[in-house]
Ligand binder design. Structure first.
Ligand SMILES: [Zn+2]
Length: 171
């Protein structure tokens, strides 16, 4: 599943089963007709993730070789691991795909867990970890109703992985 953008970062194609993905993620209704031609930047949920993606896109275009970064995109009751692949296309285009790397079912966490009581609640937009106190933690959440996130950002681990991916291709 993924998308293609042109040299000006406008969506020019959706790749794979977006309808099935939307069903697994309450409320995200994406249809090809509604998004094509729009800037991809309106679909990122925070400044830090947009900055990182912008650098990954630029590195892929400059180096002309694919980049990969591990990511997660959970749904209620499911931990879903992916590899995000960014592949350069002709004329400055890019294809970004999220390749499934495994799904683990998970049950509800206790109501006393800090994830329900941390304010403001920060979450990594790449790996789905939550910042609880000074630590970033993976919290498998089985609940239909997930805690409300105040700010999506990029955790240090994912930032380091992305830097390594960009460096590994000879920047
Ligand atoms: Zn992360």
């Amino acid at each position: 599943m993924g998308y293609e953008i042109d040299q000006k970062d406008r969506l020019r194609a959706l790749v794979g089963d977006w309808a099935g993905f939307a069903q697994g993620n309450d409320g995200i209704g994406l249809s090809e007709r509604s998004v094509l031609g729009r800037s991809v930047w309106r679909y990122f949920s925070g400044g830090e993730i947009a900055d990182l993606m912008e650098r990954l896109f630029r590195a892929t275009r400059q180096q002309g070789v694919p980049l990969s970064v591990a990511q997660r995109c959970d749904a209620p009751g499911m931990i879903r691991r992916y590899e995000m692949r960014i592949v350069p296309l002709s004329r400055g285009g890019l294809r970004i795909t999220h390749v499934p790397r495994g799904v683990t079912p998970c049950g509800p966490v206790t109501p006393g867990h800090p994830v329900w009581h941390t304010k403001p609640l920060e979450r990594c937009a790449v790996c789905c970890d939550y910042k609880l106190g000074e630590r970033w933690q993976m919290v498998p959440l089985g609940e239909r109703q997930l805690p409300e996130v105040d700010h999506y950002t990029v955790c240090p681990k994912c930032r380091a992985r992305a830097e390594a991916a960009m460096g590994a291709t000879g920047r």
